[in-house]
Design a protein around this ligand. Structure first.
Ligand code: GLA
Length: 681
C-alpha cells in the first residue's frame, strides 16, 4: 500500500466506508484502478477543465471538511464517458460539492451503465457530507459518470468524484470514450483580388473630437479611395483610405465610400453619426492579456500592430491594439522592468520601464491606421498589482488622452467601497484598503456604479473619444446600468480561458442579456481564445478544437460581442487567420442594428441562436454542444418567419438553396453551422 492509498483509506474510513473504499481488494483475478490515472482534461464540462486528484480550480479536493488525495475534480454539467467492454466488476467512490465554492452551488451525481442510470446521489449542497457508492457493473460495456446542475444553473458547481476507483478483470483497463478531434479545416474563401469594402458601416464621433477612421478594404494593391458626401471638416487620403479631421455639428452624414484597383471598383454606404455616442458597433481589435499577460512590453504592442497590418486583418475592419495590465509600475515586483516611481512630482502616472515612450507608441500605432487602448482600475492597484487610478481619475484620463489613447478598459480589481471614506484624506494610505476584493452582495447599486461614474465624468471632459470598456465580471447585473455610466461595453463574466468548458460555458450563458445590447453599448463575454495564447511568457496553441473555435467566433459574432483577439499576432497560422477574416461572419458581429442573438430553440445539447440583421434577414447559429455529430434543426416558427427562405452558409460564403418551414444541418461535435436566412425575393 503506498502513501496515497493509506491517506485515501483514512479519508474514507472517516466516512465509515473503510471496508470498500481505499482498501485493496486483493484478488488474483481483478485489480483496482484509480480513474484519476486517465487524462480527463478534455472531458465535457460546463466550466474549466477536468483534473486528476485536484478540484476544477486546481486545489486539494475537500468535501464538507474532509480532504481527498485521489479522484477527479470537475464542474457541472459534466460527463466522464468510460469504455469498460464488459471487463469491469465494480465502481466505487465518494462524491460531493467541493468546499472551495465558499457555500455556493448545488449538484447531482449519477452513474449510467450502458445508457441506464444505476445510481443517483440526490441533490448535494455545500457541506453535504460526501456520499459513497459502490456499484456492481459486471457485464457493462460503457459507463457515464454524470454531474448535473440540480436544475438551478451551474454557477459554482464544483464537483469532486473522490477516491474514484474501478475494479477490472486482471489486465483490462478502462479507457475514456472520447471522440477523435478533427484536424483544422479552413472554410473562409480567400479574399478576391477585386476591391471589397469591409468592416463597420456606421461610426460615431463626438463633436470636436479628432476623427480617425481608415477604410477597410480587401483586393489587390495599389488601391485608391474616394468618398461622396464627406461632411465639411473631414478629408480623405486617397492612397491610404484614412479619413481624418473634426466635425463640429451633431448630425448623421451618409457617405458613399469607393475603393478602386486595376481590376474594378467597390462602393459601400457609410454612416457617420456625430453626437454623444461612440462605439456604435462592437470594438474589433487585439488585447495583450490572453497571450502576454504580465510579460507585455511596448515592443510586443508594436509587433502586434505591425502584424495587424501585415496579416491583412486591418483590411477586414480590425482596428484596436489594446495594452492590458502591466504597462504601469508594479507595487512590489522583483523585476526591474516593472519598478520605478509610480507618479511624478505633479502626480502624473508614469509607465514602467518597458513602456519608455507612450506618445511615441500611440503615434506608431496611429500611423499604421490603427487605434490604441490601455488599461486601468478604479482601486489603488490593478488585478496584477500595478499602479492605477484611485484618487487620480481625472488626471489619469487627461494623461491617457494626451498620450493619444482611444480605448480604456477599466477593471474593478482592488476597488472597494471602504476607499471612498478616505478619498479626501491624503494622509490615509489606500494600500491598507487595496487588496483584491470583489464587489459583494452587501454593496448597494451605487457602490457598484460609483467608480465607473467617476471615470465616466473624467473621460467626458477629454477632447478625444475614448471607448470605455467596463470590467467588473458581471456583478450587480451591470448590463442593466452599463450604458448609464457611459460603458460602451461591460464584461458579463469572470475571465475566459481556452477550454471548451470555459468558452462554451460563458458563451451559451449570455442568453437573456440580449435586451441590454445596442449601438454604443454591448455585453462583453470576454476576449477571444484562439491562436497562440497562454497568459505569457510561455505560449501554446489554443486548447479549443477546430470545431470549438468555429463555435467561439460564430457565437461571439451572433452575440454582438466586442471581438478582441487574444493571441500572439506575430504567430498567426492560416487556420486562425481564416477564422478572423471571414467578412460575412464579421458582418454578423458588426451589423448596424447592434442586436444580440438569443437562444430560440433548445433540444438537449443542441441549440439554435438567432440575431436580427439590418437587412431584414436573420443570422442563425445551429450549435451542437454534444460529444457526437448530430442533426440540428431550425424551424421557421422559432424565428417568427414563414414561406420560402434563402439559406446562406456564412463560413463557406455559399447559398445552400431555398427552404420552407425549416432548415437542418449535420453539425460536428462542439461545432456550428452559421447561416443567414433571408426571405426569397
Ligand atoms: C482581470 C481581468 C482580465 C485582465 C486581468 C489583468 O482578471 O478580468 O481580463 O485584464 O485582470 O490583471
Amino acid at each position: 500500500m503506498n502513501k496515497r492509498d493509506v491517506r485515501s483509506m483514512i479519508a474514507c474510513a472517516a466516512l465509515g466506508v473503510a471496508s470498500w473504499c481505499g482498501a485493496q481488494t486483493a484478488s488474483d483475478k481483478t485489480e483496482d484502478i484509480w480513474l484519476s490515472t486517465l487524462d480527463v482534461s478534455r472531458i465535457e464540462q460546463g466550466w474549466g477543465q477536468g483534473r486528476s486528484n485536484r478540484t476544477v480550480d486546481n486545489r486539494r479536493m475537500t468535501i464538507a471538511g474532509k480532504s481527498f488525495e485521489q479522484g477527479i475534480g470537475t464542474h457541472a454539467n459534466s460527463i466522464i464517458p468510460l469504455k469498460v467492454d464488459g471487463k469491469a466488476v465494480k465502481i466505487s467512490g465518494c462524491v460531493g460539492l467541493d468546499d472551495e465554492t465558499g457555500g455556493r452551488g448545488s449538484i447531482i451525481f449519477s452513474v449510467k451503465a450502458d445508457g441506464k442510470e444505476i445510481w443517483n446521489s440526490g441533490t448535494m449542497k455545500p457541506q453535504t457530507p460526501a456520499k459513497v457508492f459502490s456499484l456492481d457493473i459486471k457485464g457493462v460495456k460503457t459507463l457515464d459518470l454524470v454531474v448535473s446542475d440540480a436544475g438551478d444553473g451551474y454557477d459554482y458547481d464544483h464537483a469532486d468524484w473522490a477516491d474514484l476507483k474501478i475494479t477490472m478483470l486482471s489486465g483490462a483497463k478502462p479507457t475514456l470514450d472520447m471522440p477523435e478531434i478533427e484536424e483544422p479545416y479552413i472554410l473562409t474563401p480567400k479574399p478576391k483580388p477585386t476591391p471589397r469594402i469591409n468592416g463597420t458601416k456606421v461610426f460615431g464621433v463626438r463633436p470636436g473630437s479628432p476623427f480617425f477612421f481608415r477604410i477597410a478594404a480587401t483586393g489587390d494593391r495599389p488601391m485608391t479611395f474616394s468618398a461622396d458626401g464627406l461632411p465639411e471638416g473631414l478629408t480623405l487620403d486617397a492612397k491610404t483610405g484614412q479619413i481624418s479631421g473634426k466635425l463640429t455639428k451633431e448630425g448623421e452624414y451618409k457617405v458613399m465610400l469607393h475603393a478602386r484597383n486595376a481590376l474594378g471598383e467597390a462602393e459601400r454606404e457609410f454612416k457617420i453619426v456625430c453626437g454623444p455616442t461612440i462605439g456604435l458597433t462592437p470594438a474589433m481589435g487585439w488585447n495583450s492579456w490572453n497571450c502576454f499577460a504580465s510579460a507585455v512590453t511596448a515592443e510586443d504592442i508594436k509587433a502586434a500592430a505591425d502584424a495587424m497590418v501585415e496579416s491583412g486583418l486591418i483590411d477586414h475592419g480590425w482596428m484596436y491594439i489594446n495594452i492590458d495590465d502591466y504597462w504601469m509600475v508594479h507595487r512590489n515586483s522583483d523585476d526591474p522592468s516593472l519598478q520605478g516611481p509610480h507618479r511624478d512630482q505633479d502626480g502624473k502616472i508614469l509607465p514602467n520601464p518597458r513602456f519608455p515612450d507612450m506618445p511615441g507608441l500611440t503615434d506608431y500605432v496611429h500611423d499604421l491606421g490603427l487605434r490604441i487602448g490601455l488599461y486601468s482600475s478604479p482601486g489603488p492597484w490593478s488585478c496584477g498589482g500595478c499602479v492605477t487610478s484611485f484618487r487620480y481619475e481625472e488626471q489619469d484620463a487627461t494623461q491617457y488622452a494626451e498620450w493619444g489613447f482611444d480605448y480604456l478598459k477599466y477593471d474593478w480589481c482592488s476597488y472597494n467601497k471602504g476607499l471612498e471614506e478616505h478619498r479626501d484624506d491624503l494622509s490615509w494610505d489606500p494600500n491598507s484598503g487595496g487588496n483584491i476584493t470583489y464587489a459583494n452582495n452587501s454593496y448597494t447599486l451605487e457602490d457598484h456604479q460609483r467608480p465607473y461614474v467617476i471615470m465616466q465624468k473624467a473621460l467626458a471632459k477629454q477632447p478625444r473619444d475614448i471607448i470605455y470598456s467596463l470590467c467588473q465580471y458581471g456583478t450587480a447585473d451591470v448590463w442593466k446600468w452599463g450604458p448609464d455610466v457611459g460603458g460602451n461595453s461591460w464584461r458579463t463574466t469572470q475571465d475566459i480561458n481556452d477550454s471548451w468548458g470555459s468558452m462554451s460555458g460563458i458563451g451559451f450563458r449570455q442568453d437573456g442579456l440580449e435586451a441590454y445590447a445596442g449601438p454604443g453599448h454591448f455585453n462583453d463575454p470576454d476576449m477571444l481564445v484562439i491562436g497562440k495564447v497562454g497568459w505569457g511568457p510561455q505560449l501554446r496553441d489554443s486548447r479549443l478544437t477546430p470545431n470549438e473555435q468555429y463555435t467561439h467566433i460564430s457565437l461571439w459574432s451572433l452575440l454582438a460581442s466586442p471581438l478582441l483577439i487574444g493571441c500572439d499576432m506575430t504567430q498567426l497560422d492560416d487556420f486562425t487567420l481564416s477564422l478572423l477574416t471571414n467578412d460575412e461572419v464579421i458582418e454578423v458581429n458588426q451589423d448596424p442594428l447592434g442586436r444580440q442573438a438569443s437562444r430560440v430553440a433548445l433540444d438537449g445539447q443542441l441549440e439554435v441562436w438567432a440575431k436580427e440583421m439590418e437587412d431584414g434577414s436573420k443570422a442563425v447559429g445551429l450549435f451542437n454542444r454534444a460529444n457526437r455529430e448530430a442533426t440540428v434543426t431550425v424551424k421557421w416558427s422559432d424565428l417568427g418567419i414563414e414561406g420560402q427562405q434563402v439559406v446562406r452558409d456564412l463560413w463557406r460564403q455559399e447559398d445552400l438553396g431555398n427552404f420552407e418551414n425549416k432548415f437542418e444541418a449535420k453539425v460536428g461535435r462542439h461545432g456550428v453551422v452559421l447561416v443567414k436566412i433571408s426571405p426569397k425575393k
